[in-house]
Design a binder for this molecule. Structure first.
Ligand code: CTP
Length: 394
């Protein structure tokens, strides 16, 4: 499904540049329009004439020349549906991560706000360099996808991880990304995020360490895939879709049920407090003579369990609407992750449960990365390896 899609390919100065000629031909055969930008070094590895002939378009290089009334870095980014940088050298990856725009390719990348995929290729020691890895993480955090290089014989004589991944992988990633933009068109996805805030008195509350980042990443992905998104959250996020700001579990429950009827998916990423203070104090609780004080807590509603129950009731009621949402829960565990998760999906009755281990500092609560297990109703488990929350979300 590449017919009439606009693919902008950035080629940087690596020996794998010659492989991109085949890729351009594959994209063209699938009906896509291709334009190519080369860094000055790329043209040491592949000729402009070859790229021009294969793409059937002018090849862009060097700095800006006005195209119509817009500078090239803007007109090219407006034109493209997707930008692919392959091969991407350590140098270009570093520049894009730092926002450096010193040639046409890095300037376009800096101005580009749509889907971008990069396929790095370099010497294996460069690949392992800490700065290169850090730059890649920065790009991932911005939603830029990278296709890791593969192990093998490298042109520099080394054997190791660094060679451009297969052209088939690049082709599939581009194809998938192009078609993702409409994957959830016409569907409504409701996502909750952040830890709920249970007030004790006007100045104090009970909450938890949830940052809301996983829910935010899911909401952004869903939005990028064409869904109508409602993010119900306890945090402040500036996003181009509807958000509903809530504080307590009760607020969240009301907001979720308000959206229930019209939603196709509900994803409960929020860390909902299990208990709230029985009676909120209207005034600030003063420090008394006692050494200890006791707060009486009462159970909060289990929003996820209620949603799943409602779904069963809707199914039983023939007059109920046809559109019953798919319900996804999250589960935060600090021990016996899979055992507890499997028990939880059964207890709550949701369609999927995403389990993450919160005992680790590098993933889950507050972290930028996550590693999760997706569990379905039959108990089947799919592991998603550790990656930025944006990638896990997709
Ligand atoms: N959840 C909810 N309402 C609650 C508590 C949790 O909707 N009162 C939802 C969360 O949003 C999450 C899932 O239930 O999707 C699991 O949350 P988790 O905290 O892992 O489990 P709990 O049900 O709270 O059980 P426990 O704290 O005993 O592990």
């Amino acid at each position: 499904m590449m017919q009439n899609k606009h693919i902008l390919i950035g080629i940087t100065g690596g020996i794998a540049a010659y492989k991109i000629c085949t890729l351009i031909r594959d994209f063209k055969k699938s009906g896509a329009e291709v334009k190519v930008i080369c860094t000055p070094n790329a043209l040491n590895f592949v000729t402009k004439l070859t790229l021009q002939n294969l793409s059937q378009n002018e090849v862009y290089e060097g700095e800006f020349t006005p195209q119509n009334w817009k500078p090239e870095h803007i007109s090219l980014s407006d034109w493209a549906d997707i930008m692919l940088i392959a091969p991407a050298t350590a140098n270009t990856i570093g520049k894009i991560a730092q926002g450096i725009a010193d040639n046409l390719l890095t300037s376009v990348a800096c101005a580009f706000s749509k889907k971008m995929i990069i396929a790095p290729a370099m010497n294996c020691n460069m690949w392992q360099n800490e700065s290169v890895q850090k730059n890649l993480k920065t790009l991932q955090a911005r939603g830029i996808e990278y296709l890791p290089p593969e192990e093998g014989f490298l042109a520099c004589g080394y054997v190791g991880k660094g060679r451009l991944c297969s052209l088939e992988k690049i082709y599939n990633a581009v194809d998938e990304a192009l078609n993702y933009s409409e994957k959830f068109k016409g569907e409504k996805i409701v996502i909750t995020s952040g830890g709920t805030i249970e007030q004790i008195d006007p100045v104090r509350y009970i909450s938890n360490y949830s940052s809301g980042k996983m829910g935010l990443a899911l909401a952004k992905s869903a939005h990028n895939m064409g869904a109508e998104v409602v993010l119900i959250t306890t945090k402040d996020f500036e996003v181009p879709f509807k958000t509903v700001k809530v504080k307590s579990a009760i607020d969240m429950q009301n907001a979720v049920f308000e959206e229930y009827k019209t939603s196709d998916y509900i994803i409960m990423t929020a860390a909902v407090a299990d208990y709230r203070v029985k009676e909120k104090s209207k005034q600030k609780i003063k420090k008394g003579e006692e050494e200890t004080i006791t707060l009486e807590l009462v159970k909060n509603p289990d929003i996820l369990a209620q949603l799943c129950k409602k779904k069963i009731d809707c199914r039983a009621d023939k007059s109920a609407r046809n559109n019953i949402p798919i319900i996804v829960g999250f589960c935060a565990e600090s021990e016996n992750l899979l055992k507890n998760a499997k028990a939880k999906i059964e207890k709550k009755g949701c369609d999927f449960l995403i389990a993450n281990d919160i005992s680790r500092n590098d993933i889950g609560f507050g972290a930028d990365e996550n590693e999760v297990y997706i569990i379905d109703k039959k108990g089947e488990v799919t592991k998603l390896e550790k990656a930025h929350k944006n990638i896990i979300a997709r």
